[in-house]
Design a protein around this ligand. Sequence first.
Ligand code: SF4
Length: 391
Amino acid sequence: MKSYRNASPAESKRKVKQILSVDRIPQLSSEERIRLKEVTDKYAFRTNDYYINLINWDDPRDPIRRLVIPHEDELAAYGNLDASNENSVTVRKGVQHKYRSTVLLLVNEVCSSFCRYCFRKRLFMNGHDEATYDITPGLQYIRHHPEVNNVLLSGGDPLILRTPRLEKIISTLREIEHVRIIRIGSKVPAFNPFRILNDDSLIEMFRKYSLPNRRIYLMCHFDHPRELTPEAREAISRVIDAGVICVNQNPIIRGISDDPNVMTKLWNELSYMGVGQYYVFQGRPTAGNLPYELPIAEAYFRIEEAKKKCSGLGKRIKYVMSHESGKIEVIGVDARHIYMKYHQAKHQKDEQRLLVCRRDDQAYWLDQLRPISGYVNEYYDGVIPENRAFN
Ligand code: SF4
């Protein structure tokens, strides 16, 4: 397959070809293809020739390979397809309202490639129909909720949509006075930067709707520094030039993004590009994801190790678990305990709540941990204690 490295400007407009079957990957042996078909019969497979060309086929543990090429262990019994019970916060088809000021719209059910560890892989499976192609009811809902100041477009990947379709969604959101921030969650800059490089109208659309007091944020999803190709860097640079704020968020995944040196390199490189690392997510216990998960304590120490070698900008990252009850930051692990705090809560009673749990190095998720003396939520009752020493 052709490499995109050192491509001439004409070649940089090249169309990326989709690969929808492991049979189309000549680097896999016929035995491997037969074995992996069993996995892809259950969990969808999709990638493209640009991303496949980033794989080092001489390394069977290559992280880029691991990200898109199925693994037989995905068939091991584990988790469920909606690990954070997104269904319980779905208020209209494709519309999730979990945190007071944020609404999430699932605008499609496809990505440039499918990450093997995807926590929303149910969307790519037959018999699941959750995204909405008619966002009118979602927009109606947002219009009637003035507390919503930011809307997250997700899926799937919104940047897969053709620009006129995406513009229709963004321009309609811009008509709603109380929606100040529009976020777009996307791995397109990693999977297919040509989607951005080939389409000047996308950049112009960003420039038109990312305004000084009403910004568009691109929530990028880079997992590994090798995804930061010249094409990906150029794509991000154009998006930033159009006035869009770019940040990065990714899960910590076994064999892909769990090496502290890799994390440090990724965060540093991104910071040089003007992309701050925002969240690192604990992998959700999603069906098919057993080979990709790390226990909480191990993940915490790996992230702390990575942070040591970063500047203050790199150290701003939050290691969080997107639990059914809220977004919970893992703030510390000592010999006996794991300390966590609600960063966002589904229910008011949990807001800012501190959780202290007995340390269990085999625990992957909050539900597997044992809280000590119940959940601690008395430390802050909404009244800020005053220091009167200087009065
Ligand atoms: S880009 Fe996001 S939604 Fe798409 S497969 Fe990867 S994790 Fe899932």
